[in-house]
Ligand binder design. Structure first.
Ligand SMILES: Nc1ncnc2c1ncn2[C@@H]1O[C@H](COP(=O)(O)OP(=O)(O)OP(=O)(O)O)[C@@H](O)[C@H]1O
Length: 308
């Protein structure tokens, strides 16, 4: 194991009865990075991070955090990792300062609750009951609770789900500040834009497997060898296989009434020629910028949104 990896996951496998949640996941997280785990709903993201946090027992494979087995070394792991899980609901009446003081009492070397509230912009609402906080404030409190134990690693799961665009942006800045203050972050998300904006490296998980692991730029560059066209047609195609049968075409998908085709450098000519032979002229034909969405499409063979 390279000494500088904070998290090492090797060939992780976890099934719930007949449902294989994590099939074969290997990844490493380096100290100081924001590492994204990106994938559609049900891909196995939460099971993977819960295994890292020692909250699930793997059926096979190994997990090490700072060289420790999280399942066997519960006490040490609890103070190394701060977890903000999806359903972190608190009692309606609890107040932020009170909640942080309570959580602080569980840890050997906690952060100062008042300082943390200040850092997260929650000082003004420190005595406001949880139920009266805005969505963004609740979310920031759940992040504060993940940080109160002064962890080396914070696991943030779907942290901006349900937030409006401004609160989401604010939360992204906050995550960067936390990382800049020295906390390594594993960020679980199904938002492409969030992963692209925030993460140093991303593992794309689909059907319990890592289908790609790279920097956002690396993932996009790998997909850029693909050309991507989108257009509408004046009449329906008899079948998508008309296009998928063309050697230059890799994938065909749909976004409402638009057809999206990816393929090699010859794809534009091949598709337009095929359609012309059928008396169909594409309407509003566009070649589009390659994004992480396209990387997912190229890797998983289907649209990310369609995989939800
Ligand atoms: N405790 C459980 N019992 C049974 N099945 C489970 C359990 N937890 C997860 N699963 C199933 O395992 C698969 C992976 O779930 P997991 O929550 O790890 O995925 P995810 O990528 O985090 O999805 P989401 O974004 O929807 O939370 C899903 O099919 C899910 O229904």
């Amino acid at each position: 194991m390279p000494e500088n990896d904070l998290v090492v996951v090797e060939s992780l496998h976890k099934a719930y009865g007949a449902t294989v949640a994590v099939d074969d996941v290997s990844l490493t997280v380096r100290p100081g990075e924001i590492f994204g785990i990106l994938g559609p709903n049900g891909a196995g993201k939460t099971t993977t991070v819960e295994s890292i946090a020692g909250l699930r027992t793997p059926d096979r494979g190994t997990v090490r955090v700072a060289g420790l087995d999280p399942h066997r070394r519960r006490t040490e792991i609890t103070s190394l990792i701060g977890v903000q899980l999806q359903a972190s609901e608190l009692p309606d009446k609890i107040r932020p300062l009170e909640a942080l003081r309570l959580y602080a009492s569980f840890y050997p070397a906690p952060r100062d609750p008042a300082d943390l509230l200040e850092q997260l912009g929650l000082t003004k609402v420190k005595d406001t009951p949880f139920a009266k906080l805005s969505g963004g404030q609740k979310q920031r409190l759940s992040i504060a609770l993940a940080l109160i134990g002064n962890p080396r690693l914070a696991i943030l799961d779907e942290l901006t789900t349900g937030l409006d665009p401004q609160a989401r942006r604010d939360t992204w800045e906050l995550v960067r500040q936390i990382r800049d203050a020295g906390v390594t972050i594993v960020l679980v998300t199904h938002f492409m834009e969030e992963a692209e904006y925030l993460c140093d490296r991303i593992a794309i998980i689909d059907n319990g497997r890592v289908v790609a692991l790279d920097t956002p730029a690396g993932l996009v560059a790998a997909a850029r060898s693909e050309q991507r066209l989108s257009f509408r047609l004046p009449a329906e195609l008899p079948d998508d296989s008309v296009l998928t049968a063309l050697p230059a075409v890799h994938t065909v998908s749909r976004d409402q009434d638009r057809i999206i085709v990816t393929g090699n450098d010859d794809v534009l000519v091949a598709v337009v020629t095929e359609l012309a032979g059928r008396g169909l002229a594409p309407i509003d034909l566009q070649t589009e910028r390659t994004t992480l969405d396209d990387a997912f499409l190229a890797l998983a063979g289907r649209n990310f949104e369609g995989a939800q």
